[in-house]
Design a protein around this ligand. Structure first.
Ligand code: LUZ
Ligand code: MOS
Length: 754
């Protein structure tokens, strides 16, 4: 049950896009980007760059033969700016040269003259100016307006969540190679090869079948390569089309951090109403999403925010409205959780605020309102699981939460400046793309005459172990050893019209397509076995551990022999299959439907220690009870849970994006100024306990999606830190603002305390 790439990784033998052997005559691209947040291009002069040794070409918007448009949901983003630039880092021109250094020297020699225009970087400011990417959307259920009258407590407030840089180890990169005729082959580090293919064809003005996109694996993505791998691949393809030469582009870490979008910062207003017992009766929230300078996936992300506006809780009266605001920063994009963490933070903040006003403990309010089986979400879907309450209960029992609280109180009594805090963080995440049509995948499986198996799907391996799970599924259908299977590169000629590997659905959907294809082949193999054994209708024929079994007894027909006999009989050993998640739909007019195949839930307990003199803190431990269903690969799943948790903790603690007030330039544009959790920052211990599975038909053979849900547990760190700060000063009020950096902690606490 290992991650089959691990051996290659530790030996440095895994192939990433940047490692591919460079074809003869390879050229390198570099990109001239806008140095201002908003402006009008007055003139561009490229003569000096063209005279620079080794420079082969400088390309502008006017050199695009097709459409200068890379938009996905809304067509509002040019590949190369023509007239107006909208953010620092927006591509304006491409320099193609004989080396990456020469290309970047060429970029510096271009004379770009821009007349600056006023820039907006803040979502609320953009909203006031009417700069919206799309009309607002509202999810509602019950009647909040009349519900306030029956509430004993009503609390209003605001919450702010900051953005987050993806920090994939492998930066954005691509290579394009000319093929026969006017065809082009693109090697791209993308989560969405079909999207790269479609946009390249659109920009180059050629049919989609003239573009082949090939992906071996990514060095991390986290959503950052769902939409935003595309421009770099298309830039290479455009240069290849112009010059007839292979062209490669690898962004430096710093370029990547400046040029590409991040998680959306949100600013939200909330109003929560409860009765005396802590039952939440009404919830009203307005989310102001900072979309950046182009729509990218912002509207889909805002939609997922609305879907998760009540997280793990049942609230009878809800009105949630989202505003997708257009600002002059790099277009923000998909990031693990896709708008859900932002929604969940606001509700936890509101619970915290309500607790402060009533004296009812946050955990009591949380538990009172947890979803029960049969409750309805504001979007009309029934909660069919029971894992929300089951995980809450189990976390208390397994990890002795009550004892921990007593230990913490004791500790806090005995320490003046060091204070411990605790929080519980439940999460409930909907699995499926919220855009229903994206919930489809396909697979192509070949069994070769020696019995080895080759599998192609639309899934992208980005470290998350999807290929390991797909291999295990194929091996289990044929009942052969996993070593007989191999997952090929992801290639648009073998898997067409695929959805990006995203929304935690990669293994579910591509695994199910693989399963169907394998089952098709197995059926044919069993027919041949029947012939070989001259068996009758009531005989039971199976494939078990590399042999054909007749009525439960092993025959001498091995897997290899059966495969070869099937080939000799001219029966196909290949199958292509399609999978579409059944039963889901959503009506955007009524904002009601059944958008998710299922929900994944769990609960985390976080303990922290804060040094209230220095503002520094340490995450002592996180105990998690999580629902993986029937895990196909527990090691991979625990890796996803731990990784997601750490990334979530990073979001709410130390990951801070800083922009210069005057120029709107990203100041935290390198790994020395943008800190992410490292091994020292990580919790001393992370305990992960799987919840006993309940539904064997869900997901992929009963296993549930694991990519995004565990990210949400990290939010608990913020509330645990606040809990510790309150032990030092009950009146502390840092605001409901992420990240809770040590600076914020320090500035929120009194300087001296007796
Ligand atoms: N991408 C997307 C996603 O296009 N739609 C989604 O619903 C989604 N959800 C999570 C992550 N990526
Ligand atoms: Mo994503 S946030 O690419 O699942």
């Amino acid at each position: 049950m290992k991650h089959f790439d691990a051996e290659l990784h530790v030996q440095g033998k895994s192939i990433f896009t940047g490692d591919l052997p460079e074809p003869e005559g390879m050229l390198h691209a570099a990109v001239l980007v806008s140095p201002v947040a908003h402006g009008r291009i007055v003139s561009i002069k490229a003569e000096k760059a063209l005279d620079h040794p080794g420079v082969h070409a400088v390309l502008f918007a006017k050199d695009i033969p097709g459409e200068n448009q890379i938009g996905n949901i809304i067509m509002d983003e040019q590949l190369l700016a023509e007239d107006i630039v909208h953010f620092i880092g927006e591509p304006v021109a491409i320099v193609v040269a004989e080396s990456p250094i020469l290309a970047r020297q060429g970029v510096k020699l271009i004379d770009l003259n821009i007349e600056e225009l006023p820039a907006v970087t803040n979502a609320r400011e953009a909203f006031k100016l009417g700069n919206l990417i799309a009309p607002s959307r509202t999810f509602s259920v019950g009647d909040v307006d009349s519900a306030w009258a029956s509430c004993d407590v009503i609390v209003k407030g605001t919450a702010e969540t900051g953005g987050q840089e993806h920090v994939y180890l492998e930066t954005q990169c691509a290579m394009a190679v000319p093929a026969e005729g006017d065809a082009i082959c693109i090697y791209s580090s993308t989560q969405g090869p079909s999207f790269v293919q479609k946009i390249a064809a659109r920009v180059l003005g050629i049919p989609i079948h003239m573009v082949e996109v090939n992906v071996t694996r990514l060095g991390g993505a986290f959503g950052g390569k769902e939409d935003q791998a595309t421009p770099w691949a298309v830039i290479c393809a455009l240069a290849t089309q112009h010059l007839g030469k292979p062209v490669k582009l690898v962004l430096s870490m710093r370029e990547d951090m400046i040029f590409t979008g991040k998680r959306h910062p949100y600013s939200s207003d909330f109003k929560i109403g409860m009765n005396k017992e802590g039952k939440i009766l009404a919830w009203e929230v307005n989310y102001f999403q900072n979309g950046g300078a182009a729509s990218d996936l912002s509207t889909a992300i805002l939609e997922r925010t609305l879907f998760h506006c009540t997280n793990s809780y049942f609230i009878p009266n809800v009105k949630a409205t989202g505003y997708c605001c257009k600002t002059n920063i790099a277009p923000n994009t998909a990031f693990r959780g896709f708008g859900a963490p932002q929604a969940m933070f606001v509700l936890e903040a509101a619970i915290c605020a309500a607790s402060k006003k009533t004296g009812v403990k946050p955990s009591v309010i949380q538990e009172t309102n947890l979803l029960n089986t049969g409750d309805y979400f504001p979007y009309g879907m029934e909660y069919r699981g029971d894992e929300v309450r089951r995980s809450w209960k189990k976390v208390y029992e397994m990890f002795n939460v009550d004892e921990t609280r007593n230990r913490i109180m004791e500790f806090n009594r005995n320490h003046k400046f060091l204070k411990k805090g605790l929080s519980l963080m439940p999460q409930c995440f909907g699995i499926s793309f919220t855009n229903t049509f994206l919930n489809q995948a396909n697979a192509l499986v070949h069994v070769y005459t020696d019995g080895s198996i080759g599998i192609s799907t639309g899934a992208i391996e980005m470290g998350q172990g999807v290929n390991s799970k797909i291999r295990q599924i194929a091996a289990s259908v044929f009942s052969v050893d996993v070593s007989k299977t191999r997952v090929e590169t992801t290639n648009t000629t073998r898997s067409a019209n695929t959805s990006p590997t995203a929304a935690s659905t990669g293994a579910d959907m591509n695994g199910n397509a693989t399963k169907i294809a394998c089952e098709n082949i197995r059926k044919r193999l069993l027919e041949v076995a029947k012939e070989l054994l001259k068996s009758s209708e009531d005989d039971r024929i199976e494939l078990v551990e590399g042999y054909v079994l007749l009525n439960g007894k092993r025959t001498e027909i091995s897997w290899e022999k059966l495969v070869n006999e099937t080939y000799i009989r001219r029966v196909s050993l290949s199958s292509q299959a399609h999978y579409a998640t059944p039963g889901i739909f959503f009506d955007k007019n009524t904002e009601k439907g059944e958008p998710f195949a299922y929900h994944v839930a769990g609960t985390a307990v976080t303990e922290v220690t804060v040094d209230c003199l220095r503002g520094t803190y340490h995450i002592d431990g996180v105990d998690i009870v999580h629902d993986c269903g029937i895990s196909i690969n527990p090691l991979v799943d625990i890796g996803q849970i731990e990784g997601g948790l750490l990334q979530g903790i990073g979001l709410v603690t130390i990951e801070e994006l800083v922009y210069d007030k005057g120029s709107s330039r990203l100041v935290s544009d390198s790994m020395s100024t943008y800190k992410i959790p490292d091994i020292y920052f990580a919790p001393d211990k992370v305990n992960v306990e799987f919840l006993e599975p309940k539904d064997p038909y869900v997901g992929l053979s009963g296993s549930k999606a694991v990519g995004e849900p565990p990210f949400m547990y990290g939010i608990g760190a913020w509330f645990a830190i606040l809990d510790a700060m309150k032990a030092f000063d009950p009146n502390t009020d840092p605001g409901y603002i992420t990240p809770m950096t040590p600076e914020r902690v320090l500035l929120s606490l009194p300087l001296t305390k007796e």
